[in-house]
Design a protein around this ligand. Structure first.
Ligand code: ADP
Ligand code: MG
Length: 457
């Protein structure tokens, strides 16, 4: 073939081995590899013969047209997309036909469907004897979605989900309620003890092992990782995510919400009000640090605190200084915060699922206590939220990339201030006080996010 082969910035192609007779592609020489955008991606097969199955809507204007493709996995690769997000993608190989030419290319599978083009043709798929004319479009023969006329469209038949609840406390209220709610909807749930999981890495199909066997592939993971196992729990959760399971909250998001410093930085960057907070690692700055947050009284918090255990109120400057010195002597990581006295020992816990506040309670500390944690004897009553409060809770959850969160807000004289965002919020306090079935709402949220392919046909 001596004739020059010129491509415009958009072209029609076929991927016959994948059962895709017509696709509109965007030719993107800014991207290295080509990518195919699928609605659902599910790995299957064995360690020796890893494969992947995926669902494509070839015609962006007709979501009813869906094709399920499968292909051997030849690699997994970290790909940073144009929106800056890096994800570990499956790589497959397939023949591409454009005009009178057919050649073999590599394709990464992206779990994303928002693009007008279901496929991007990257520069490694374009050989030296091809010319890209960035001003031309459809320079090669056009095809049409009519090519799918005889494709049998399969309607989404809902099947039950296989869910794993990552928790070290199978018998606590939250675990029991989540299992109950999932089973009531016909799903199967297994409670997996985070600490007993071990991981096999380095393969195309990563596995999580447990009690001497590889765990099956789950559709969804509900992480309820205790603060004492955050780090290992995050590794386990990442591994589950790599197996293709939908994780209700991602490891990164849980990590950010658990890191009180990082969470404060994210919130203040997003202009979400928080109590003035200061942090230093050098002992010389004690006095100045206390002044930075407006002087005593101040709240001193261990960064690893949960359930109010490491949160102390220092009423005077002297008390604050000795407290800070004592924490430093113990090599503890802590922050200092302005004490919001006007909230009078009360805070508001907003329970957020997806982009919605599904319930809220006011927690009032018991007499003589400023910490409202229910574990510290605080009492919960349902509250109606103002729109401002609701918006702040949703925005904070979104900023931390969480899908389920308990956002704790103090009402201060200068407006609502977010105290912290809990990525494994307990269900007992909120369900009992509001009489709402939060567990079912969580399961329903998972149902909207996961549409399993396997047994659909
Ligand atoms: P933990 O992660 O241990 O729950 P928090 O930061 O949520 O730590 O603090 C525990 C409780 O202490 C809060 O629910 C709130 O009632 C109270 N509290 C914390 N910080 C302040 C503050 N700056 N001003 C007033 N009360 C606070
Ligand atoms: Mg708290």
């Amino acid at each position: 073939m001596n004739e020059t082969f010129t491509l415009g910035w958009e072209e029609w192609v076929a991927l016959p081995q994948l059962g895709l007779p017509a696709l509109k592609v965007k030719v993107d020489t800014g991207a290295r590899t080509s990518s195919l955008h699928a609605a659902v991606i599910e790995p299957f097969g064995t360690e020796k013969n890893p494969q992947v199955r995926f669902l494509i809507h070839p015609d962006p204007n007709h979501p009813d047209l869906e094709v399920i493709c499968s292909a051997p996995v030849i690699d997994r690769r970290n790909v940073t997309s144009s929106n800056g997000e890096t994800e570990l993608r499956y790589v497959i190989e397939a023949n591409i036909t454009m005009g009178d030419r057919t050649w073999k290319i590599e394709l990464t599978l992206a779990n994303r469907e928002s693009m007008a083009y279901r496929m991007l043709l990257g520069r490694t798929a374009i050989s030296d004897d091809m010319i890209v004319d960035a001003n031309g479009s459809f320079l090669q023969p056009t095809l049409s979605f009519e090519a799918y006329k005889n494709t049998r469209t399969t309607k989404l038949a809902k099947r039950s989900l296989r869910i794993a609840l990552l928790s070290r406390e199978p018998d606590n209220y939250s675990s029991r309620r989540l299992v109950e709610a999932a089973e009531a909807k016909g799903h199967s749930v297994e409670i997996i003890d985070t600490k007993r999981c071990y991981l096999r890495m380095g393969d195309l199909l990563p596995e999580v092992h447990y009690d001497g066997r590889a765990l099956p592939r789950y559709d969804a993971i509900i992480p309820r990782i205790g603060a004492s196992v955050t780090e290992y729990g995050m590794a386990v959760l990442r591994q589950f995510a790599n197996t293709g399971a939908y994780c209700l909250n991602s490891a990164e998001a849980i990590g950010a919400s658990r890191d009180k410093l990082l969470a404060h930085q994210i919130l203040s960057a997003a202009k979400i009000g928080t109590p003035t907070t200061a942090f230093a690692s050098s002992p010389k700055d004690t006095k100045d640090l206390i002044e930075l947050v407006g002087g005593a009284p101040v709240v001193v918090k261990l960064l690893s605190s949960t359930q109010g255990k490491g949160v102390v109120l220092a009423e005077t400057r002297k008390a604050a200084e000795s407290l800070v010195d004592a924490f430093r002597g113990l090599d503890a990581n802590f922050l200092i915060q302005e004490f919001v006295a006007e909230s009078k020992g009360a805070d508001i816990r907003c329970f957020v699922i997806g982009n919605k506040v599904v319930g809220a309670i006011k927690r009032q500390a018991k007499e003589g206590e400023f910490r409202s944690n229910l574990h510290r004897g605080g009492a919960a009553t349902p509250v109606r939220l103002t729109k401002t409060m609701r918006d702040i809770a949703r925005k904070a959850t979104r900023q931390l990339n969480l899908s389920v969160a308990g956002v704790d807000i103090l009402e201060s004289s200068s407006g609502p201030k977010v105290l912290e965002i809990n990525s494994s919020p307990g269900l007992e306090g909120i369900e009992k006080a509001t009489e709402k079935d939060i567990a079912t709402l969580i399961i329903e949220h998972i149902e909207t996010k996961v549409s399993p392919l396997s047994r659909r046909r």
